[in-house]
Design a protein around this ligand. Structure first.
Ligand code: PEP
Ligand code: MG
Length: 590
C-alpha cells in the first residue's frame, strides 16, 4: 500500500475488469461508503412487538426510497431503465410477503434477535443457499445472492439511520472512484455528470456491471490498489475496453487518450447510423439479424438494436425464480406482450429447455428422480417435455393463443431423434384442434414448428429431420459442448471448448445444406452468432439468419456490410480445410 505522503505525480498504471467501453479522462473523486456494523443483539420477549414495528417502519421507508429510485430512472437512458427497473421490482418483491421477510420475523420472535441482527443473518443464510444451488449461470446466481444482501443492507441502514451515499456532490466531469458500488448506487449515478467510474472491488458479471454498461459510462471494476494510489483530484485516464487505468498521465498519454476518445466518438456515430441501414453484404445478399430474449424487460433494448424479430426466446426464464409456475393464462400474457411489442416482426419461442444444470426449482416435481450421474447427457429439453406432455400442451396452448397477436414460430430444444419431433407434432396438432373446438382466437394458419440443432446427432441427421421440421436453428453453445465433449461452462480461455473448431463448422455446413435441400429456413442462435468476426464465416457456410444478444447487432451488421458473398465462401472453404480452431481464427482475422 502506498502511504499518502509517498504518492507522487509519476505516471502509474492499474488494471481491472473492463465493464463498459469508452475513454474517460478527468480528476478522481472518491465516494466513500459509510461503514455498516451490525452487532449480534438480543431482545427481551416483551419487546418482540416493538421490534417488529421497527422492522415494518424500516421496510416501509425502504419501499419509499425504491419508489423514488424508480421515478428517477425515467431520466436515464432507455436501456438503463430496462436493466434497472426489474431489479428494483425484485427488491420491492423481497420486501413484501417473501420467504426472506418471513424468515426475519421468525428470527425476531423465536430467537429473540433485534430486527437488524435478524435481517442480516437471514439474508446471509438466503444468499449462501442461493450460492450453493447448481446452475448453468454462476454469474446470475451470484447476482441473485447480492440482491438479497443488498436489500438487507438497505433495511438495516434505515433501521440504524446510517446515511446513504450521495453522488451529486462530485465535480462534473470527474472519475467516480469507490471501494465498491452496489447496483442501487449505480442507479443513482447521473451518466452525464461523470467521465467514468472505477472501483477497487467488483466483478464483470454482477448487476453493478450490467447497469454501468447500460448507462454507457466508461467503467472499470475490481482495479486492486487504485484507490490507495489516487488522491482526490489526481488526473486519470480510464479505458473501459481494455480495463486500463493511468494515474497522473504524461502529456504523451493524454494526447493518445484524447485521440482515442475522438476516434471512438466517430465509431459510435457510424454504429448508430447503421441501425437504419440494411443488413446485407457488399453485393446485396441479405442476412436477417434477430435478437435473443430471455425476459420481457429486454424488449426496449431489442427495439433499439435494429433486430428484425426475435430468433430465440428462451422461455425457461419465465419459469425460474418462482414459487408458483405460470399457468396457461399467465404464460399467454407474457408471450402476447412480446409478440405485440415486436409489432409484426416474427417471434420464435422455444418451449421449455430445462433439465441438466438449467435448474428450474418449481419444475422439480415433474423431474423423475433417475439418479443420473451425468445430467447433461440425460433427461433435458424435449426429452423431459415428452415425459410431461401436459406441461408441453399447456405451453403450446399459451403460445398459440399469443400467436393470434402476430407472427410466431415454435421451437423444440435438444432434439436428437426424428421420433421426438413426430411425438411433439402429435401433441401440437392435438392442442391446435382442442383450442379450435373451444373457439379460442387463433392465427389463421398453424404457426411453424421447428427444432434446435444442438446435438451432433441432429446435425448429422439434419436431412431426415428437415422432412419433419418447419425450420432449423443451430445452437452452437450446446452443439460445441456435445461435439467436443467439453463443458460450455469451462473457464474462459479453456482450449477444450471452442465453437471455431473445424468439426463444428462441418456440422453447421451439413445443417445449412440439409435445410437448403429441404427448403426450410435455418439460423444460428448460439453465442457464435454474436461474434462479428464469425459472421462472414457463417454466411460462407450457408447461413442467412443470425440471432444474438441485441447489443451485438450493430457490430455484426457492420461486419456483414464490409464483405462480399465471394469473400465469405472463400473464407468458409479455407476454414473447413483447417485442422485446428487456431487456424480458423487466423483465417477469419484475414
Ligand atoms: C445453444 O445451445 O446454442 C442455445 C442457443 O441454447 P441455450 O444456450 O439456451 O442452451
Ligand atoms: Mg442449447
Amino acid at each position: 500500500m502506498i502511504e499518502k505522503s509517498q504518492r507522487s505525480r509519476r505516471e502509474m498504471r492499474f488494471s481491472g475488469h473492463p465493464i463498459s467501453p469508452g475513454i474517460g479522462i478527468g480528476p478522481v473523486s472518491e465516494a466513500a461508503e459509510p461503514v455498516l456494523i451490525v452487532p449480534h443483539r438480543k431482545i427481551f420477549a416483551a419487546d418482540i412487538a416493538a421490534e417488529n414495528a421497527r422492522l415494518e417502519d424500516a421496510v416501509a421507508l425502504s419501499r419509499k426510497q425504491l419508489g423514488k429510485l424508480k421515478i428517477r430512472l425515467a431520466s436515464l437512458p432507455e436501456q438503463s431503465q430496462s436493466e434497472i427497473s426489474p431489479l428494483i421490482d425484485a427488491y420491492v418483491h423481497m420486501l413484501g410477503a417473501s420467504r426472506l421477510m418471513r424468515g426475519v420475523k421468525t428470527r425476531i420472535s423465536d430467537q429473540l434477535l433485534s430486527a437488524e441482527t435478524a435481517m442480516m443473518e437471514q439474508a446471509e443464510i438466503a444468499a449462501e443457499l442461493i450460492l450453493g444451488m447448481p446452475t448453468t449461470d454462476p454469474a446470475g446466481r451470484a447476482r441473485r445472492a447480492d440482491e438479497v444482501r443488498e436489500i438487507a443492507r438497505r433495511v438495516v441502514q434505515n433501521l440504524t439511520r446510517l446515511p446513504f451515499r450521495n453522488f451529486a456532490n462530485h465535480a462534473p466531469g470527474s472519475i467516480l472512484a469507490a471501494e465498491s458500488l452496489r447496483p442501487s448506487d449505480a442507479a443513482l449515478i447521473q451518466p452525464s455528470h461523470f467521465a467514468g467510474v472505477i472501483t477497487a472491488e467488483g466483478g464483470a458479471d454482477g448487476h453493478t456491471a450490467v447497469m454501468l454498461r447500460a448507462l454507457g459510462l466508461p467503467a472499470i471494476l475490481g482495479a486492486t490498489g487504485v484507490l490507495e494510489a489516487a488522491k482526490p483530484g489526481t488526473i486519470a485516464i480510464i479505458d473501459g475496453e481494455t480495463g486500463e487505468i493511468v494515474l497522473n498521465p504524461s502529456a504523451k498519454s493524454l494526447r493518445h487518450a484524447r485521440a482515442r476518445l475522438a476516434e471512438r466518438a466517430r465509431t459510435q456515430r457510424t454504429l448508430s447510423r447503421l441501425q437504419r441501414l440494411p443488413s446485407e453484404t457488399t453485393d446485396k445478399v441479405p442476412v436477417n439479424l434477430q435478437a435473443n430474449l430471455e425476459l420481457p424487460f429486454e424488449l426496449p433494448m431489442i427495439a433499439q438494436s435494429g433486430a428484425h424479430g426475435i430468433g430465440l426466446m428462451r422461455s425457461e426464464f419465465i419459469f425460474m425464480n418462482r414459487e408458483v409456475l405460470p399457468d396457461e393464462d399467465a404464460q399467454s400474457e407474457i408471450y402476447r406482450t412480446i409478440v405485440e411489442a415486436m409489432d409484426g416482426d416474427p417471434v420464435t419461442i422455444r418451449v421449455l429447455d430445462w433439465g441438466s444444470d438449467k435448474d428450474v426449482e418449481a419444475l422439480n416435481v415433474y423431474m423423475p428422480d433417475t439418479g443420473e450421474a451425468n445430467p447433461a447427457l440425460g433427461l433435458r429439453g424435449i426429452r423431459l417435455l415428452l415425459r410431461n406432455p401436459d406441461l408441453l400442451e399447456t405451453q403450446l396452448a399459451a403460445i398459440l393463443r399469443a400467436a393470434a397477436a402476430g407472427p410466431v414460430r415454435i421451437m423444440l430444444p435438444m432434439v436428437g431423434f426424428q421420433s421426438e419431433i413426430i411425438a411433439a407434432w402429435e401433441i401440437y396438432d392435438r392442442t391446435w384442434r382442442r383450442l379450435k373446438r373451444r373457439n379460442i382466437r387463433l392465427p389463421d394458419i398453424q404457426p411453424p414448428l421447428g427444432i434446435m440443432i444442438e446435438t451432433p446427432a441432429a446435425a448429422l441427421a439434419a436431412r431426415h429431420l428437415a422432412k419433419h421440421a418447419d425450420f432449423f436453428s443451430i445452437g452452437t453453445n450446446d452443439l460445441t459442448m456435445y461435439t467436443l465433449a467439453a463443458d460450455r461452462g469451462l473457464p474462459m480461455g479453456s482450449k477444450l471448448y471452442d465453437p471455431l473448431e473445424p468439426t463444428i463448422l462441418r456440422l453447421i455446413l451439413e445443417t445449412a445444406a440439409a435445410a437448403a435441400a429441404g427448403r426450410i429456413p435455418v439460423s444460428v442462435c448460439g453465442e457464435l452468432a454474436s461474434r462479428p468476426e464469425a459472421a462472414p464465416l457463417l454466411i460462407g457456410l450457408g447461413i442467412r439468419e443470425l440471432s444474438m444478444h441485441g447489443n451485438a447487432i450493430p457490430r455484426v451488421k457492420r461486419a456483414i456490410r464490409n464483405v462480399s458473398l465471394k469473400q465469405c465462401t472463400d473464407m468458409a472453404t479455407a476454414a473447413l480445410a483447417a485442422i485446428t480452431a487456431d487456424e480458423v481464427r487466423e483465417i477469419i482475422r484475414g
